[in-house]
Design a protein around this ligand. Sequence first.
Ligand SMILES: [Mg+2]
Length: 189
Amino acid sequence: MLPDPDATLLVDLDGTVADQLPRVCEYLDTAHGVDITPAEIDAWSWPVPDPAPHAHIGETIDELMQERPEWFLGSLDPIPGAVDGVTALSDAGYEIHVATHRIPETHAVSKAWLDEQDVPYDRFVHDVPANKGRLDGDVLLDDYHANVANALDAGTAGVLVRQPYSDPSACEPAPVADGWDDIVDLFGV
Ligand SMILES: [Mg+2]
């Protein structure tokens, strides 16, 4: 399934390259007294428990992106192995396009973070459609099964980067990577 080494890889950020959920949990704890760990967030519709004033975790994330982008996204830890993994793919000749559903207002913060972390990329896609299958590229690396499913439907290859909320059955037969060691192995770099 692997493409030529000059193929374009569409690389998601949150849950794929950037470890975003610890910051969400930190916010829920300090702002709302909700004590949870990232591993407990097992669906994007995960309901934030009282007394946080949100229906589900996706709304909390939207609010943080809009109101506190620098605090939320400016100093995240990378997912383990991600920086070396993207570097290895880039060095092997793959074209790296960053394709995130973060809101456009946060893209400057995201680019500064990528530079600071030394994550190489060739293009930052500014207007990522809701359906990532509409992106121009050869393989999507993403932690969200619906995005990978959309890629497969469009004839693009996809790799699901497993997180607690990922559902591999929703994007079969995409390979599932349990981390960047698996991704690097998958691409043979
Ligand atoms: Mg993601």
